[in-house]
Design a protein around this ligand. Structure first.
Ligand SMILES: [Zn+2]
Length: 468
């Protein structure tokens, strides 16, 4: 193949032609296609064929024998600006782990916007970024800048304020709106109506003052962490809701974080113990009927069960963090190791695993998201842990891949340009050394990543990961 370069010896960052020669192509639309040929030119996939493709001049040919090509991955729940000093490491850690698109689910608008602009300006070296702006919370708000709760929310006090906030976020260019737990039913509905004007999906934690079925019926597009859904699946769902409303009414002088913790302490364990199959199927039926997507963040919510902070393979990923952050995480991990996991965190993990199976069986759409950098979930690496946990929860490996490729693309209605491997799609791809369908943890065996047509071989990926 005259004029072609060998991709294994060369680091190529500028978009040009790349030919994957006899590779196994895997995506959620077509399943597994062995011995395929995929040609990329500029930032597009220009041909996908089971017949050999003539390589154009000046192209890179990648020998795909024994390798697996999947669409670029998404992490659908991240907080780029959560930890000061970590922001600038987020993009390289995502890209270095094959994550070519991310959905930021909460950060102050002035802090997240520059990252959005950077990702638009430099599409070949950053993941595509979808943003929500701040958590729209009621008052008292939870993430208010108090210790352990960085200021990533706004506490709304009136309907006028809520409408103004949604207007300003829409003008600023957010891709979705995030509603939070302390909202009153009125403010929650106001936000949904205001976002509808702009066609912006609203995702959220189910407000403590609202039942999960009500929230779904009201038009909440997606729910994060299955948060507060456990209370709605209890046989005592109604008395628990009334008790929450009383606590919220009495607690207006409390800091939001404390008030929320008190309510959770009073109700969650009881909710897990009084889980009611029949009531849960009503909740799931509402999600199905309304098209309420779920982002269970299962690697996070099984944290007490998995104790990643004492898993030596896992804590090795901390070395890719900036040094000061690495030191902080190691200290926090050592502290966490000394404590036993609480009964409630174990019950929570069991419950979420069970619910993931039910979501799958009910054919409710699930997105893979991690909540990184919260909960020792190292940016980038944690998405692969999330995929592993989704399979542990009962998904097939291809379904887990779908939740991190095609489904998030559909969520934002960009499935015509990303999420599958087809002609005319944008070239966001991950080349794996082993088959992810036989073992989902093979998504970690990354040989190369293509972002918007730019080819990152293993060496280039390692230097991205080590750039922090
Ligand atoms: Zn989050």
């Amino acid at each position: 193949m005259g004029g072609c370069n060998d991709a294994t010896s060369e680091k190529t960052l500028e978009p040009h032609s790349v030919l994957f020669d006899s590779v196994t192509v895997i995506d959620a639309k077509s399943g597994e296609r062995a011995n395929y040929y995929v040609l990329i030119s500029g930032n597009k996939i220009v041909e996908v064929s089971d017949k050999p493709i003539e390589s154009p001049s000046n192209c890179t040919v990648v020998n795909g024998k024994g390798k697996y090509l999947i669409p670029g991955l998404w992490d659908a729940h991240v907080h780029v600006t959560f930890t000061p000093g970590l922001e600038q490491s987020m993009f390289p850690l995502f890209l270095g782990n094959g994550i070519t698109s991310i959905r930021d689910t909460g950060g102050l608008i002035d802090e997240i916007l520059p990252w959005k602009e950077k990702s638009l300006k430099e599409p070949n070296s950053t993941p595509r970024l979808f943003i929500a702006g701040p958590l729209l919370d009621g008052y008292p708000n939870v993430y208010n800048g108090s210790p352990g709760r960085p200021e990533i929310s706004v506490g709304l006090k009136s309907e006028e304020e809520a409408i103004k906030m949604v207007d300003s976020l829409a003008v600023a260019g957010v891709d979705l709106i995030k509603s939070y737990e302390m909202l009153s039913p009125d403010l929650f509905n106001t936000i949904l109506a205001a976002a509808k004007k702009y066609n912006l999906p609203v995702t959220g934690h189910v407000p403590l003052s609202v039942d999960a079925i009500e929230a779904s019926d009201a038009g909440l597009r997606s729910m994060e962490h299955l948060r507060n859904v456990e209370m709605s699946c209890s046989s005592d769902f109604d008395s628990l809701l009334q008790a929450r409303k009383r606590m919220l009414a009495k607690g207006t002088d409390y800091p939001g974080g404390e008030l929320r913790s008190d309510i959770h302490s009073a109700q969650r364990m009881h909710a897990f113990k009084t889980f009611d199959e029949q009531r849960a199927s009503q909740v799931l039926a509402a999600f199905k009927k309304n098209g309420t997507w779920q982002i269970p963040t299962i690697a996070l919510t099984t944290g007490g069960m998995n104790r990643l902070y004492e898993d030596e393979e896992w804590t090795k990923t901390f070395k890719f963090l900036p040094e000061t952050i690495e030191t902080e995480w190691i200290a926090a991990a050592n502290k966490a190791k000394e404590k036993q996991s609480s009964d409630i965190s174990l019950a929570h993990g069991e419950w979420v695993l069970m619910m993931v199976k039910k979501l799958k069986d009910s054919r409710i759409k699930v997105l893979a998201g991690t909540d990184t950098p919260i909960g020792f979930l190292t940016p980038g690496f944690s998405l692969h842990k999330e995929l592993e946990m989704l399979v542990k929860g009962g998904m097939q490996p291809l379904e887990a891949i779908e939740s991190a490729t095609l489904l998030p693309a559909m969520y934002f209605n960009v499935q015509d340009s990303i999420g599958t491997i087809d002609k005319n799609m944008i070239a966001d791809l991950v080349l794996l050394e082993a088959n992810p369908l036989s073992d989902i943890t093979n998504t970690r065996k990354i040989n190369a990543v293509v972002r918007n047509g730019s080819y990152y071989n293993r060496k280039a990926l390692d230097s991205l990961l080590n750039s922090n």
